[in-house]
Ligand binder design. Structure first.
Ligand code: 5CA
Ligand code: ZN
Length: 413
């Protein structure tokens, strides 16, 4: 397993916080994120390693970093797993277009991502798993789905090699899942998004246009691995189902990612996992809002990227990047601007100058307010406002403010 990255120290605080209520994409309700036992289990979809780490990626990983910090403050242990999509069409296309090997591109980008996550003081996953490490397990899972009649073969031009697809209708009949359960989209919207986001609704031979690719048989010029299914490579959604089930089991606390993953990726990865395990994948499905830049969603395909590594190279402090992101609620869709970053840098300076004042704010009250705000669907703007008020008046115990800002917002003053 690749190493994840260095874990920042998290100071402990007086008393205990509360596990947050989180907005659940599937039900639209705010659900309690506390596990039944002491261990909160979290899966967040990791990068496809090219064009890492842009501010949109950083915002998504920061949202789930905040969740972990609040869980830890509530006295919970956290078991966190994350994947790396180190073989998939967009990565292969980028490698081909730039004339580098896909393996070198992936390795170099994974290293850059690790460096950026460390600089941003993002709590690392315990299980950091590249899809290329679990090809056998994925192929075996697909073979199980074939055996159960929940998957079927579609021939390719090579008579000996079939692709394998997930049968959404058969799966809905036999498992606690149906398509659209997480995304709440109608069929027309699903068809559109599937075509936009890596699906192939028009592929001939499929039983339903929304059936998702589980296994792609080897093609000339593409990487492939020998397996029980013959040579090939995994489809996208099944990688996250298999990695999550292997490391976290089913019914884990929270499945997370950016809002661009709601459909088809999370809907289908929950479907594959339910078909394999007979249980729902997670209790809460949580999604961070997409960050825009220059009027459009920040995305690799559009190329309108602000990279964390470039900001760091300009000597922007990582704590300032964190504060700029935390000033927005994690579910908000907003546009990154230099003015927003400057505002965060000014706030960071003000926080660093916090005065001791025995007649000012009471630090324990500030801690209480910050905990309450974060317990309410990770309201970081509300938490920041509580710290701003204490900075304005001065506070009886500045050291406690520094500790709470470090522990809960990940910012060292
Ligand atoms: N490897 C897949 C997930 S299995 C993938 O989506 N990789 S990614 O590199 O494209 O994105 C990594 C994470 O960043 C995902 O959780 C994605 O939802 C999130 N993300 C991508 N673009 C943005 C954006 N503009 N704003 C916020 N989050 C984003
Ligand atoms: Zn994923």
């Amino acid at each position: 397993m690749p190493e994840s990255w260095e874990r920042p120290a998290v100071p402990s605080l007086p008393g205990t916080g509360t596990a947050p209520r989180l907005h659940d994409t599937a039900t639209g309700a705010r659900l309690c994120s506390a596990p039944d036992d002491i261990i909160a289990r979290l899966y967040v979809c990791g990068i496809t390693p090219y064009d890492a780490t842009h501010i949109g990626h950083a915002n998504t990983y920061l949202a789930f970093d905040t969740l972990q910090r609040v869980w830890v403050d509530a006295g919970l242990e956290v078991h966190y797993a994350q994947n790396i999509t180190d073989v998939d069409d967009p990565l292969l296309e980028r490698a081909a277009a730039t004339g580098v090997s896909w393996r070198d591109l992936a390795d170099q980008q994974i290293e850059l991502f690790r460096h950026d996550m460390t600089a941003l003081r993002i709590l690392p996953p315990q299980d950091y798993v590249a899809v290329t490490e679990v090809i056998d397990e994925i192929a075996q899972a697909v073979a199980v789905l074939l055996d159960r009649g929940l998957a079927y073969r579609v021939p390719t031009s090579d008579a000996d090699a079939d692709d394998v697809y997930f049968d959404i209708s058969a799966a809905a009949e036999t498992s606690p899942w149906r398509i659209g359960e997480e995304s709440n989209l109608d069929r027309e919207q699903m068809l559109l998004l599937s075509a936009e986001r890596g699906g192939d609704p028009n592929r001939p031979g499929k039983r339903d246009p929304l059936d998702a690719l589980l296994w792609r048989a080897a093609r000339e010029g593409e990487p492939s691995w020998p397996s029980v299914l013959g040579a090939g490579r995994p489809g996208w959604h099944i990688e996250c189902s298999v990695i999550a089930l292997k490391h976290l089991g089913h019914d884990f606390s929270v499945q997370g990612g950016g809002a661009d993953l709601v459909f088809p990726h999370h809907d289908l990865s929950a479907g594959h996992a339910a078909a394999l395990s007979g249980h729902p994948l997670a209790k809460v499905y949580s999604h961070a809002g997409l960050i825009a830049y220059q009027g459009e969603k920040m995305s690799k395909s559009l190329g309108n990227l602000v990279l964390v590594s470039e900001l760091l190279r300009e000597c922007v402090p990582a704590a300032g990047i964190r504060l700029a992101l935390l000033a927005h609620h994690y579910r908000e869709e907003w546009e990154w601007t230099r003015a927003g970053l400057d505002e965060a840098l000014a706030r960071l300076d003000a926080w660093r100058g916090i005065r001791s004042n025995q007649h000012g704010a009471v630090a324990l009250d500030v801690l209480d307010q910050v905990r309450q705000r974060l317990a309410d669907d990770l309201d970081t703007p509300g938490a920041i406002a509580a710290v701003d008020r204490a900075v304005e008046t001065g506070v009886d115990d500045p050291a406690l403010i520094r500790a709470l800002v470090d522990a809960l917002l990940g910012i060292e003053l």
